[in-house]
Design a protein around this ligand. Structure first.
Ligand code: DQA
Length: 148
């Protein structure tokens, strides 16, 4: 059984209380439970993580790259939070590892502030999902299943 790595970046640990009008009222634990169900339904194992530290996200992507090389990774779903709009290092890590990666945002970043319109992730992502709320995580897992 292949693994889906779901990687959440800065401030996503605050889901549930952080700007609920933008991100909804479900917590990160709720999102993890939703992802467990989506992975089970699609025959995947789940590796679910969150970090507020760019270097830890890089280390996780490198780990995903090793799983990819070993043939055990279905793909990565990355909500890089604000690092989406700033991180050349995440861009390079995705490119350098060759992982199949879905960029995900809970909100529709294109309907928000101008600084959220640019992504360093999109050019190296297989697909981009935004604006579906937390249900986007389940949709992304289903999308990865269709790519196997
Ligand atoms: C986000 C959108 C980003 O612009 C923001 O910095 C986040 C969350 C989203 O899921 O909608 O932290 O990635």
């Amino acid at each position: 059984m292949k693994t889906v790595m779901i990687l959440n970046g800065p401030n996503l640990n605050l889901l549930g209380t952080r700007e609920p009008q933008v991100y909804g009222s479900q917590t990160l634990a709720d999102v993890q439970a939703l992802c467990e169900r989506a992975c089970a339904a699609n025959g995947f194992d789940l590796d679910f993580r969150q970090s507020n530290h760019e270097g830890e996200l890089l280390d996780a992507l490198h780990e995903a790259g090793r799983m990819h090389a070993a043939g055990t990774l279905a793909g990565v779903v990355l909500n890089a939070g604000a690092y989406t709009h700033t991180s050349v290092a995440l861009h390079d890590a995705i490119k350098g590892t060759g992982v199949c990666l879905i960029e995900l945002h809970i909100s529709n970043v294109h309907a928000r502030e101008e600084f959220r319109h640019h992504s360093y992730i999109s050019p190296v992502a297989k697909a981009v999902m935004c604006g579906f709320g937390v249900n986007g995580y389940a949709l992304a897992v289903a999308g990865l299943a269709g790519m196997q």
